[in-house]
Ligand binder design. Structure first.
Ligand SMILES: Nc1nc2c(ncn2[C@@H]2O[C@H](COP(=O)(O)OP(=O)(O)OP(=O)(O)O)[C@@H](O)[C@H]2O)c(=O)[nH]1
Ligand SMILES: [Mg+2]
Length: 148
């Protein structure tokens, strides 16, 4: 159970984040289904936006030691039910994504993620500029005993 899983709204930057963590460049493909790659699990935003898919998220999360909840800094919309992270057995952390965007509202994103009941910290990152990525990598390496 040494896996990392990423959950969040459609277009919140989950796939881009995993690419940045892996040092990959290029255009992220739309995630159509659960994607397993080495120790990472990417999820389609539709899973989080459709309550009927919560059971799929929850059962997949049993395999994950670390769960990342993404919130797009340029979106004020929250799709997470309050306290949603509390039902996860792993370490739950928040990620404010796309902080490079000029219209980003980081404080609003922090407020949204703070309502999730996360066990761990919240990171602010840009997968485009790389800001915050090394910091997040160190946290992940520590939590999973890996070397990203
Ligand atoms: N400016 C900026 N755009 C980003 C960043 N990360 C992702 N994007 C853009 O946001 C859009 C969605 O990114 P994805 O990584 O595909 O988002 P996702 O959460 O995986 O989306 P789904 O797979 O549909 O759930 C793409 O157009 C990305 O180029 C970022 O850090 N900064
Ligand atoms: Mg994706």
């Amino acid at each position: 159970m040494k896996k990392l899983m990423v959950i969040g709204a459609i277009d919140s930057g989950k796939t881009s984040l995993l690419m940045a963590l892996n040092g990959q460049t290029g255009v992220p493909l739309k995630t159509q289904t659960l994607q397993y790659s080495s120790f990472m699990i990417d999820t389609p935003g539709e899973y989080m936006e459709n309550p009927r898919m919560y059971t799929a998220i929850m059962s997949t999360a049993q395999e994950a030691k670390l769960i990342l909840f993404t919130q797009d800094a340029s979106s004020e919309k929250s799709i997470f039910p309050p306290g949603f992270a509390r039902s996860f057995p792993g370490i739950t952390i928040g990620i404010v994504t796309k902080i490079d965007l000029t219209n980003s509202k980081i404080e609003k994103s922090l407020n949204i993620l703070n309502k999730l009941g996360l066990k761990g910290p919240i990171f602010e990152v840009s997968s485009f500029t790389g800001e915050g990525i090394e910091n997040l990598k160190s946290y992940i390496n520590n939590a999973l005993n890996k070397s990203l």
